[in-house]
Write a protein that binds this ligand. Structure first.
Ligand SMILES: [Zn+2]
Ligand SMILES: [Zn+2]
Length: 125
C-alpha cells in the first residue's frame, strides 16, 4: 500500500516537472496544449497537476477574452503585461510602464492586459 503511494507521488511530480519545462519553452499554454504534449497522462491528471502548481504559486492562471484560460510560469521571469490582439487572438508580452511607481506602495499589479490590433492585423486591415 505504501509502495503504491510512493509510486503515485513520483509520477505526479514528474508530470509537474514536465509542465514546468513546457512553460519554460512556451510563454502561455492552455490545458489542452499541455495535454497534447504530455499524451501519456489523461486530461484530468494534467488538470490536477496544473491546479496544484497554481495553488503553490509556481504557475499563474490567466484568462483572456472569452474564457480563454492559459497558464504561464510565475517564476524566472520579470513581471510583464499582455497584449491581446482582438483580431488574431495572438498574445504578446509587454513591459509594464512605471505604474507601480505612480501608484506607490500598497498596490500590487496582478493583471495588466492591453487589447487592440497587433501590427500584422493593422497592416492587413
Ligand atoms: Zn493580430
Ligand atoms: Zn505572460
Amino acid at each position: 500500500m505504501q509502495v503504491t503511494c510512493i509510486i503515485i507521488h513520483m509520477r505526479v511530480s514528474q508530470y509537474q516537472k514536465e509542465i514546468i519545462n513546457l512553460l519554460k519553452e512556451n510563454h502561455l499554454l492552455s490545458i489542452a496544449d499541455i495535454h497534447k504534449k504530455i499524451s501519456s497522462a489523461n486530461y484530468s491528471t494534467i488538470y490536477r497537476n496544473i491546479q496544484r502548481l497554481v495553488d503553490e504559486g509556481i504557475i499563474l492562471k490567466r484568462i483572456f477574452g472569452k474564457n480563454n484560460v492559459l497558464y504561464e510560469l510565475a517564476l524566472g521571469d520579470t513581471l510583464h503585461g499582455h497584449f491581446l490582439c482582438e483580431k488574431c487572438n495572438r498574445i504578446q508580452k509587454v513591459a509594464i510602464p512605471k505604474t507601480q511607481e505612480v501608484l506607490g506602495d500598497g498596490y500590487v499589479i496582478q493583471e495588466y492586459l492591453i487589447t487592440g490590433l497587433c501590427n500584422a492585423c493593422t497592416v492587413s486591415r
